[in-house]
Every structure is written in structure tokens, then in C-alpha cells.
Design a protein around this ligand. Structure first.
Ligand code: F0G
Length: 398
């Protein structure tokens, strides 16, 4: 069953519906399985380890073994910042971002519903992931991308997996509005995170974090926020495990946005329940270059309910955090993902996060998604002949 998060109106699982017919608010899937956590033991470490919590037909699952991503204790960076730090490396998913978790459930749902075409608007990762999973399921796929603002790796993936890639003159918010209108006309099944089934897959990030910590919640989970689906999904997963009695405590959800694309952080900092959309969002972290996040209500609710925080970071802070994580821990992430580390640093410096907290930063996409940003952050390699003396001189000089 799906339920409106504002008025509580209920909708059947086999309806294709994205927003409430009564009040236009967003929907969530209600999922209350009765299981013991012992059933998870001995299962393969993918997100389907928790299949009882995934509201789709288990016989139709479309999977590339997403989930089960590395959960790295980061002592080098943790010591530098004065906290116990873990990093959940979502770039290790099949297409290099956390979107694969959502698409595995979303595409499975598409098969259940019997649709033949799926689509999304995207800042890049959603389209890369949708294209791959649609290919695996044999579905037609159309993706709308903001022209000139999608990182190269993501564009390559969407095209190479055979999606119809359409470059839209405008930003992500405008592309999303357009594809939503097409979906409402019945031309395609929409797999942006306004589709609540997407979030059912992504909630498994929350499941894995508490499972890895020995069925305990960390003090805090920090992640970048764009369209605001992921923070909502992780909180949903954690609260489901809490309600089922698998964990006793809850984390503070902490969302980080880029300074010039920060409607949620501004709303939370002003104690408001609703956002004022940002008209021309801008940031080097193109993945989160979003001014009117569709899941804002769910995200703000998650932050308030968990007594969490929201913070903004500048492009400069994002880029230096990206480099810091790469150089101190060997973890390569795309700029948007580094917003979580940049936010952590800023919140520690301003005294809003206590030293000694146990913190999990979710890093959402792989460094190779945006190779240009990584290359621009470094000096060009020196070019020499393959001469031992010349090489030796260069190596010694560094
Ligand atoms: N990090 C990365 C790498 C992303 O690609 C996104 C969103 C986010 C964080 C933010 O997650 O939207 O759930 O708050 N990317 C979407 C896309 C918008 O189209 O790929 P969110």
C-alpha cells in the first residue's frame, strides 16, 4: 500500500500514481514485515539480503547485485577531525552510485506493473543507473538531462546502455517537470525519486549501516542532499528497523547542500517546514545542482524527527574535501559525495557536532563519474623519454 505523507490518503500497490489525488503531496510505501533479523544471517551481502523489507514480487527481481557496499573505518581522517568516522562507499555499486539500489526495486516494480517504457530526468547518476537496469530488464528507456551540466562518465553510461538520451535546454528542475508531465499522460513510467518505490531500494543503505555496526545506530549519518530522496529513504529504513525492534537507538540525520542550491538547508536553519525553491541553482557538484527538491517534505521531516542538522558548503569546501578523502583514505568520490565530508568538517569547526561522536558519512558516487573535475584539481603529468636517469631525477625531485 502507498500512503500520502500529508493527508494519509491510501493507494493500492498496483496503481501508477506519483502524488496524492486529494492534496497533491508526496507518497510513501508502507512496509511492515514480521521477521526476525536472524533470517538475514548467511545471506549474500547485497541489498536483497533484506528482501522481506522490499515491497516487490521476489520472483521478478531485476538485480546486478547492488548494495553490500564497503563500510570503511577512516582512522586517518577521523583522527584529524576528532571523531570516529566511517564512510559508506556507494560508488562501489554496479553503475557507480547509490541510485542502483533504487533502480533495482523501481525496475522490478515496472515489470510487475507491465509497463514497456521507463524514464527520468537526471543530473546524471539516475540516468546512468536507469539505463543499465532498463537494459537488463528489456525495457525502453528515455532520460532527460540538463544540457551541458552532466558529468562525462554519467553521460557515457546513459548513452552506452542504450537509453534515448535527450539534452534539455534548462536545469534539472525544469527537466523533471517536463518528464513528470509526460509520465502523467501515461507515456512512460517515471523512475525519479518522487516514485516512492525508488526510495524502498535506497533505504537499504540505512539497513546496511546498522547491520555493519552490530545492530546499533551511529550517532549521526551525514549525506549530500539534492532532490532529497536519499536522506528520506535512509531515515525510513532506519525507522523501520527501529520499529521492528532490530535496533534501540536512532541516528541524527544530517543533510549537506551546496551553498547556491540549498533550499532545504535554508528551511531547516530557519525552522520552517517548507522550502522556498532556488531559481538558478549553481554548484561544481552538478549531481546536487537542484533548486526545487521533490522530496523536500520527507527530508525536512527526517531531519526534525531525528534531531538532526542541515548545513551548506561552498564549492571550494567541496573540492578540498574531495581531495582530502582521496589523499588521506584512498577513497575517490565525485564532488557531490564530498559534500558530506565538507559538511562534517564545517559542523565540527562551528561546534555543532561534538568531537567523539560516531559518524557515518555516505559518499554517493565514484570519482570516475566526473573525471574532468579530478583532472582539473591536479597538475598535468610531466612527459619524458623512457630514460632511467631522467626518470630517476624527476622521482627524486618530488
Ligand atoms: N550524490 C550524488 C552523487 C547524486 O547523484 C545525487 C543525486 C545526490 C547525491 C543527492 O541525492 O537527490 O536523493 O538527495 N542525483 C540525482 C540524479 C538527482 O539525477 O542523479 P538525492
Amino acid at each position: 500500500m502507498m500512503k500520502c505523507i500529508s493527508c494519509g490518503a491510501e493507494y493500492s500497490d498496483d496503481e501508477i500514481i506519483y502524488t496524492c489525488r486529494q492534496c497533491d503531496s508526496i507518497l510513501e510505501v508502507i512496509c511492515q514485515p514480521k521477521v526476525s533479523k536472524d533470517v538475514f544471517q548467511c545471506r549474500k551481502a547485497t541489498m536483497w539480503k533484506y528482501k522481506e523489507f522490499m515491497p516487490v514480487d521476489p520472483s521478478k527481481i531485476v538485480s546486478l547485485d547492488e548494495g553490500g557496499t564497503p563500510f570503511c573505518k577512516c582512522d586517518n581522517l577521523g583522527k584529524e577531525l576528532g571523531v570516529e568516522l566511517y564512510v559508506k562507499v556507494e560508488g562501489s555499486n554496479p553503475t557507480g552510485s547509490f541510485k542502483d539500489r533504487g533502480m533495482s526495486v523501481g525496475i522490478t516494480k515496472a515489470l510487475e506493473l507491465g509497463v514497456d517504457t521507463v524514464g527520468c530526468a537526471s543530473t546524471g547518476n539516475t540516468s546512468a543507473s536507469l539505463a543499465a537496469y532498463a537494459a537488463r530488464a528489456g525495457l525502453k528507456c528515455a532520460v532527460l538531462l540538463p544540457a551541458g551540466k552532466v558529468a562525462l562518465g554519467k553521460l557515457a553510461q546513459a548513452m552506452f546502455h542504450g537509453a534515448q538520451v535527450i539534452s534539455v535546454r534548462g536545469n534539472f528542475d525544469q527537466a523533471l517537470e517536463a518528464i513528470t508531465a509526460l509520465a502523467l499522460e501515461g507515456q512512460l513510467y517515471l523512475l525519479n525519486s518522487i516514485n516512492p518505490y525508488r526510495l524502498e531500494g535506497q533505504k537499504s543503505i540505512g539497513f546496511e549501516i546498522v547491520d555493519e555496526l552490530g545492530w546499533k545506530s551511529p550517532d549521526r549519518i551525514i549525506l549530500p542532499v539534492g532532490n532529497a530522496g536519499n536522506i528520506s529513504a535512509i531515515w525510513k529504513g532506519i525507522t523501520e528497523f527501529h520499529e521492528t525492534g532490530f535496533i534501540d537507538d536512532l541516528p541524527r540525520m544530517t543533510g549537506i547542500q551546496a551553498e547556491k542550491a540549498a533550499p532545504i538547508a535554508r528551511a531547516v536553519q530557519n525552522g520552517q517546514d517548507d522550502i522556498i525553491p532556488v531559481k538558478n541553482p549553481e554548484t561544481v557538484a552538478t549531481a546536487i545542482r537542484i533548486g526545487a527538491p521533490v522530496s523536500a517534505k520527507k527530508a525536512i521531516r527526517a531531519i526534525y524527527e531525528s534531531d538532526g542538522l542541515a548545513e551548506t558548503v561552498s564549492d571550494q569546501e567541496i573540492l578540498s574535501a574531495q581531495k582530502l578523502l582521496a589523499r588521506t583514505e584512498g577513497i575517490g568520490v565525485e564532488p557531490a559525495s564530498a559534500a558530506s565530508i565538507a559538511g562534517l568538517k564545517k559542523l565540527i569547526n562551528s561546534g555543532k557536532i561534538d568531537k567523539n561522536e560516531q559518524i557515518v558519512c555516505v559518499v554517493t558516487g565514484h570519482v570516475l563519474k566526473d573525471p574532468q573535475v579530478a583532472i582539473d584539481a591536479c597538475k598535468d603529468p610531466v612527459e619524458v623519454d623512457a630514460d632511467i636517469n631522467a626518470l630517476s631525477k624527476i622521482i627524486k625531485s618530488s
